[in-house]
Design a binder for this molecule. Structure first.
Ligand code: XMP
Length: 486
């Protein structure tokens, strides 16, 4: 009985155990498309997610991730209100269509309009009579209004150019440009104002042409929730979260799965469930109708789960086992944890992942919460596991331990990672490496890389040969930095 356990024992592989084999290629770098799916209904140009950790993703990180074409997941070591406000901040950062339109009437006084424009920081207001659009008043109209002008009706532009609510963004741009106007009110079939498009917001959009956006033009954002926190999930969806990430250390747990089943009925945006590491877990969660699987038990740079609990599956094996099942159902696998170099990302896709989640590599950037720390003259930023003592004690998260109890068993460590500058730069290097890898295997797109790449297993000697050797390195490029943490 005990001997048998080891007679057919499997070997688990991780990133350093394998390399992708170069193949004949006809693919030029500019033809390579790295867009991929994060979940059933969310496709992004840059298939990276920033992890829901309190030293990685708050609003600022999520905004930069989405602008870069990726997506950030706001952590849950916060009150529901704090987390909801962060989601709101991301959604409001860029909105092509303003839905909560401030309006005035022809009788509104000029002074009142000036106050509204000043306090709300807006440059123009639609004018309504009842709920009919009858004019528009902008800062320019007020500029030369003399003392005799008392009300909006005296200065407003009466011939308003408006559009129907279902207008496409490109059509709106054309109308704004042709008519040299700054604001385009959107009206429904009864002439009621239901939205507003401004030239300023369109200009911001054009600055980030590959950003991840929803159909209203707002940036995409994910938000983490505890497995039993259905109320939080509902609130975050109402605030505009596009993806709910059920954030638990072991999603293949009957109570967790019962709760996900209930959550599925309450939440209509995509749900990502995790973490898991086996084909059975993938099958069970997919049967609950989730839209993505977050895969990785213990590979993370701050994780001690494998050491403390003796549990886990090396990450390449975990990805390929889960992806084998998930791909039959069209459910994307997100490879989470253990990525140290861009080459690991290429391997994760080759093993079957559709997107990759990172903690450590993003924690060192300007956009992560917290300030830089100087240690022995070098710059770092704080980074800690969500199961570390610090995260459990200060937070409200129950990912690894019991909230509120004074005794718990930590499954993560606290520390600092090298400062890496802007997250855009890190993404640029990571995606550059991904494109390079795709070129070597001849993959035009991520599906091609997932399905048609081949691996070779390497030994310790192969790994040693892979890193620079027999040289004293005097200049480290930004995409290859081996820090000595001792
Ligand atoms: P990287 O390697 O990118 O990993 O820093 C980030 C992922 O690690 C997971 N995570 C933890 N795992 N104990 C763990 O065992 C922890 O305290 C912990 N905190 C985070 C998580 O999946 C994250 O995305």
């Amino acid at each position: 009985m005990f001997k048998e356990k080891f007679q057919s024992i499997r070997e688990g592989l991780t990133y350093d155990d394998v390399l992708l084999v170069p193949s004949r290629t006809a693919v030029e770098p500019k033809e390579i498309d790295v867009s991929s799916r994060v979940s059933r209904h969310i496709q992004v140009k840059i298939p990276l997610l920033s992890s829901p950790m309190d030293t990685v993703t708050e609003a600022q990180m999520a905004i930069s991730m989405a602008r870069a074409g990726a997506i950030g997941v706001i952590h849950r070591n916060l009150t529901v209100n704090q987390q909801a406000m962060m989601v709101r901040n991301v959604k409001r950062e860029e909105s092509i269509i303003i839905r909560n339109v401030h309006t005035v009437s022809p009788d509104t006084t000029i002074q009142e309009v000036r106050n509204i424009m000043g306090t709300k920081k807006i440059g123009g207001l639609p004018v309504l009579e009842g709920d009919k659009l009858v004019g528009i008043v902008t800062k320019r109209d007020l500029e030369f209004a003399g003392k005799q002008v008392k009300n909006v009706g005296d200065v407003m532009v009466r011939k308003v150019i408006s559009a129907r609510d279902n207008i496409k963004i490109d059509e709106a741009v054309e109308i704004l440009y042709k008519n040299r106007i700054e604001k385009l009110p959107l009206v429904d079939s009864k002439g009621r104002v239901v939205g507003l498009i401004t030239a300023k917001d369109i200009a911001t959009r054009q600055k980030f042409p590959t950003a991840s956006r929803d159909e209203e033009g707002q940036l995409l954002v994910g938000a983490a929730v505890g497995p039993f926190d259905i109320e939080r999930a509902v609130t975050l969806e109402k605030e505009g979260a596009n993806l709910i990430v059920v954030d638990t250390a072991h999603a293949h747990n009957q109570n967790v799965m019962n709760s996900i089943k209930k959550m599925r009925k309450e939440v209509s945006v995509d749900i990502m469930a995790g973490n898991i590491a086996t084909a059975e877990a993938a099958q069970d969660l997919i049967s609950l109708d989730v839209d993505a699987l977050r895969v990785g038990i213990g590979p993370g740079s701050i994780c001690t789960t494998r050491i403390i609990a003796g549990i886990g599956v090396p990450q390449i094996t975990a990805i390929s086992d889960t992806a084998e099942v998930a791909s039959e159902h069209g459910v994307p696998v997100v490879a989470d944890g253990g990525i140290r170099f861009s080459g690991d990302i290429v391997k994760a896709f080759g093993a079957g992942a559709s997107s990759v989640m990172l903690g450590s590599l993003f924690a060192g950037t300007d956009e992560s919460p917290g300030n830089e720390i100087i240690i022995s003259g070098r710059k770092y930023k704080a980074y800690r596991g969500m199961g570390s003592i610090g995260a459990i004690q200060t937070g409200l998260s129950d990912r690894y331990g019991k909230v509120g109890s004074s005794k718990f068993v930590a499954e993560g460590v606290e520390g600092a990672v090298p400062y890496r500058g802007k997250v855009d730069e890190v993404i640029y290097q990571l995606i550059g490496g991904l494109r390079s890898g795709m070129g070597y295997v001849g993959a035009k797109n991520i599906e091609d890389l997932r399905k048609n790449s081949r691996f070779v297993r390497i030994t310790g000697n192969g790994l040693r040969e892979s890193h620079p050797h027999d040289i004293r390195i005097t200049a480290e490029p930004p995409n290859y930095q081996l820090y000595n943490y001792s």
